[in-house]
Ligand binder design. Sequence first.
Ligand code: FAD
Length: 524
Amino acid sequence: MKPFKREILLKELKAEVIWDIVIIGGGATGLGVAVDAASRGFKTLLVEQDDFAKGTSSRSTKLVHGGVRYLAQGNLSLVKEALKERGLLLKNAPHLTKNESIIIPCYSWFAAIFYATGLSFYDWLSGRLSLGKSRIISKKALDRRLPTLKKGSLKCGVLYHDGTFDDARLALNLAQTCVEQGGVAINYCEVISLNKSSNNKISGARILDKETGNIYEINAKVVVNATGVFVDDIIKMDNAESKSLIRPSQGIHLVLDNSFLKSRDSIMIPHTDDGRVLFAIPWYDKVIVGTTDTPLNTHSLEPRALESEVNFVLNTARKYLEKKPEKKDVLSVFAGLRPLAATDDSSDKTKEISRSHKVIISESGLVSVIGGKWTTYRKMAEDTLSKIIKRGMLPNKKCVTNDLKIHGYTEKNVSGNLSFYGADQININHLIRSDKSWAETLNEETGILIGQVIWAVRNEMARTVEDVLARRIRLLFMDARLSLKLAPKVAEIMMKELRQDGIWKEKQIRSFSELAEGYLLKEN
Ligand SMILES: Cc1cc2nc3c(=O)[nH]c(=O)nc-3n(C[C@H](O)[C@H](O)[C@H](O)COP(=O)(O)OP(=O)(O)OC[C@H]3O[C@@H](n4cnc5c(N)ncnc54)[C@H](O)[C@@H]3O)c2cc1C
């Protein structure tokens, strides 16, 4: 099988005369399209300007869900589609997903009946792919299942099921799946302009290798713009006059120690003071609390949480939890930008903007994929390829991703600290056995092994300290302070593996430290 190594894949990028399809953007959307196209047998290239899932796709709430909120809005087809995709994802990537019990605390019997009825319908919509029946649970059962939930005037709870997952690991595993299916997926390659033929049709792209500064001219029959909140930047490369299609909406999450929840069940608050939905979700050994929905007029790869968003999440969590979280308790704060389809309505009501996706093909043939969510990435990809084929831009080939196993898939019940590697766990254990020092942990505060860093460099295309600590191992997202402490050790290991020098190492430590500071909350 083709190795997942940047140097080898870069050689392929240079050697290919004409690609069937080039995808810009290595988040959920682009990687989904790349896996779909490669597995149909098309010559597929995906380029990501930074690391896979550097953008929104590592910053989600970690839910694989039908969207209970969209059910309340009456958007049944969107919910039904997402519930099917939820089921497929849990089936095809069991090593990264989990069936999660989520409990809605109810303070009146009317609310309990309302949610129980709606969620029974949600179960019914999921059909054969249901994850379990929703039900009302007593106050006594709530005491046991959610010991840290404030009980006060609580009457009961409604329990339902959705999935949770590791978003950045899934993105990486999709890139690996694309390569296993014959495609090429490379990080740190930016599209800097689009090429057009004499009849003004898109014929390829100019790509900058950000590691070497080399520029490559790539020919392609189809170019797909899957750049999330950057979608308008690429559209403007095609037509400088085009109007904006995206309105970013920021969502933040706070990460707390599990002592705030002490449960394997999640909490869902369906109506916060300003009508939002808030989740507290156990994730690895931490709790993620979020999110917000703040319309923005700018976009970046490293959005920052606003003070008002942090206060909103903390204040809401304090209302429901016995142990009140303070700023000092926040282990990490991360912000992400939803690439919502812009409407002509200039109001700030992003909650009401459609979360469904759109595939738009410009006059010159640029294919842009807009909106959607992680859960539906596979269906978005299928729709994109269907539209491309329908337009006659590529020949008809069947979609096979319904049953395609994602890299790492295993039927074995994997557990322990390395479980998220799935089928790769056995190879990591092998690697660790080849050098005794690799079985040691990075320091006494963590169970992360030196061998995991080596593995990330050798087999997961990790190029920087941030790639390892933020997305191969999720430490930056789980405990920013600890990740800062470990950065020098990780840089040292990587320097040797990548045959870099001390200057590289110091630069890596500096840039990771600057980045990680943004994931810490300053107390005032
Ligand atoms: C706060 C929040 C919570 C969410 N929670 C959930 C959830 O729980 N469940 C769920 O299903 N969905 C959730 N979503 C939605 C989901 O995360 C997004 O829909 C999805 O990640 C978007 O993926 P994307 O690939 O379109 O964008 P991105 O992940 O942003 O990827 C776009 C990529 O394009 C790259 N790029 C840009 N320009 C170029 C260029 N010129 N050359 C090369 N590459 C380029 C960027 O670097 C970026 O990596 C959430 C979103 C947010 C913001």
